[in-house]
Design a binder for this molecule. Sequence first.
Ligand code: SF4
Length: 328
Amino acid sequence: MTALLSIRDVSVDLSAGGWFGGTAPLNILAGVTLEIVPGETLGLVGESGSGKTTLARAVLGLQPISGGRVRFDGRDLIQPADFRAIRSRTALMFQDATASLSPRMTVGEAVTEPFAIHGVAVNNHRDKAAELLVEVGLPPEMAARYPHELSGGQARRVGVARALALKPALVIADEPTAGLDVSVQAEILNLMADLKDKHGLSYLIITHNLALVRHVADRIAVLYLGRLVETGPTRAIFADPRHPYTRSLTAAEPKPDPRKRRTDLAIRGEIPSILRRPNGCEFHTRCPLARDICRTQPPALKDLDHGRAARCHFAENTTEGGRHELEY
Ligand code: SF4
């Protein structure tokens, strides 16, 4: 199937100097390659500082790239005009839904604002707002309310309605359930799943929440220091993660029985600064499997079975069966 979104070898450098105190560019994203096919949900996972949001901004044309290629529906996105042309087909759901809504706009004005921004004529704004609100499970009367009168879940639904207004093909959702109660999180995820089925949407979900992507993503991509370290189908990655970072993330996922949490796989320390990228494998300072080779030789992203890939010298040996060889 042809990719809806294709990201090939994309890098983002920020110029250093000034208050960074150096002259070499800072490599925020390093040669990331990803694809999303129509109707697919890709979960982009990583800690804060891993480059997830930078990648989303690059896809939307909000962050210039210094290398590689972004294509949407077969069209190369290079000039600002290219991004403008596809902007009505991509939508962004913000992490802080309430803060992303103007406090001076009613809900009805907020959900129909994308039409004005993109110059799309609407016969009756009130009917359109009601239609969008009903689609996300809110009563039409809510169009008259202001953001401060909404609960967190209602604000999130308004954010979904606004994102859907122009019938996008791709929705980029930044931490779509952050800050919500567990029951409201489930409601928002069910709503997103229903809308995906109804409209054939694709999602790029940006999160540090493994439990979230486990339930909604078809495939997962794991970023570490702006580099793709593992990618593959969600079920395969949770059943048998091949990169120790992914293993650590999945092991740290909250479990109903805390005694089942794997403490031997816990990630050590903090993510290093991009100002001081470690030599060799950039995860070696925190990796429970690190060996001498890891401190000097950067591993390549290795293609594995079933459409999977992992960036680890021992990607073939890090399964449960091979762990003893590495004295895990
Ligand atoms: Fe760990 Fe070495 Fe694999 Fe890097 S290459 S993830 S340090 S085992």
